[in-house]
Design a protein around this ligand. Structure first.
Ligand SMILES: Nc1ncnc2c1ncn2[C@@H]1O[C@H](COP(=O)(O)OP(=O)(O)O)[C@@H](O)[C@H]1O
Ligand SMILES: Cc1ncc(COP(=O)(O)O)c(N)n1
Length: 271
């Protein structure tokens, strides 16, 4: 059996709900072999980020090379990259290995407000990383920073998606988790010509720590298995919906989502 493999290039969340930990749990649940290159260690829990310890760009590069030279990757996702040097290194390695199924989650700020990307790194994200991404998955505040547009309406989202696509990413997915005045969680996918909306019932919960990481990892898992971007996003949306719905109630703050929920539901349906 030839198992498909996915590489996450992201930060560690000691609390296990976001970052590398969320990505690897998601890969595992979706039947993909998970590998990782750590960009930073965060001391973090459901209450917030207590400390950030970035890796050197060299350490990030060496981890990617260890994976790339031996094992290869059917898909790659990036999460917290922290600074411009790490972003440039990651982009150069993606090019070197000619990785095409690349999902970039432009992580900027943790839900509790801590900065996971230095401000001066935003231009490197735009100029170096977005051109090598197949899919970029900003939430609304991240899309606003990247486009310098204010996003209030569905039309604003479309305009932002068009502007992001001009930076060289083939597919732009603007996530609607932060659109809290609606009853639905609506994500918009732009493929360079058409717009597709993925909508689900918004769950009233504060336990959404790691939703973005989990969602982008699920997309990468779908791509690793050879699915189209549309199909990978559709399944990722079902995965995150189940994970937010079946609350785990861990920790005293914004708790993690449930990475088992989707697989358990599928198992129940099969019986
Ligand atoms: N309360 C919620 N109910 C249902 N889905 C949600 C909820 N919050 C976020 N999502 C979904 O989780 C995914 C991640 O979105 P978002 O929270 O916007 O990203 P991020 O974690 O990067 O801020 C999206 O598919 C979004 O629609
Ligand atoms: C190491 C790390 N990476 C990413 C996030 C963002 O999490 P979220 O998906 O909730 O925006 C985080 N809190 N910590």
């Amino acid at each position: 059996m030839r198992i498909k493999k996915a590489l996450t290039i992201a930060g560690s969340d000691s609390g296990g709900g976001a970052g590398i930990q969320a990505d690897l749990k998601t890969f595992q649940e979706l039947g993909v072999f998970g590998m990782s290159a750590l960009t930073a260690v965060t001391a973090q829990n459901t209450l917030g980020v207590q400390a950030v310890f970035p890796m050197t760009a060299e350490a990030v590069k060496r981890q990617i090379q260890s994976v790339g030279d031996d094992m290869g990757a059917d898909a790659v996702k990036t999460g917290m990259l922290f600074n411009a040097e790490i972003i440039q290194t990651v982009a150069a390695q993606i090019k070197l290995y000619n990785w095409r199924s690349v999902v970039v989650d432009p992580v900027m700020i943790a839900k509790g407000g801590a900065s996971l990307l230095q401000e001066e790194a935003i231009s490197a994200l735009k100029s170096d990383l977005l051109p090598v991404a197949l899919v970029v998955t900003p939430n609304i505040p991240e899309a606003e920073v990247l486009t310098q547009l204010s996003i209030q309406t569905a039309d604003d989202k479309k305009q932002a998606a068009r502007k992001l696509a001009e930076l060289g990413t083939k597919y732009v997915l603007i996530k609607g988790g932060h659109d809290e005045h609606t009853d639905e969680a609506v994500d918009l996918l732009y493929d360079g010509s058409e717009f597709h909306f993925f909508s689900s019932k918004r769950i009233q919960t504060k336990h959404t720590h790691g939703t973005g990481c989990t969602f982008s990892a699920a997309i990468a898992a779908g791509l690793a298995q050879g699915g189209s971007v549309y199909d990978a996003v559709s399944e990722a949306k079902r995965f995150i919906q189940a994970a937010v719905e079946d609350q785990l109630l861990i920790g005293g703050g914004h708790g993690p989502t449930n990475h088992w929920a989707y697989g358990r539901r599928k198992g129940d349906d099969a019986q």
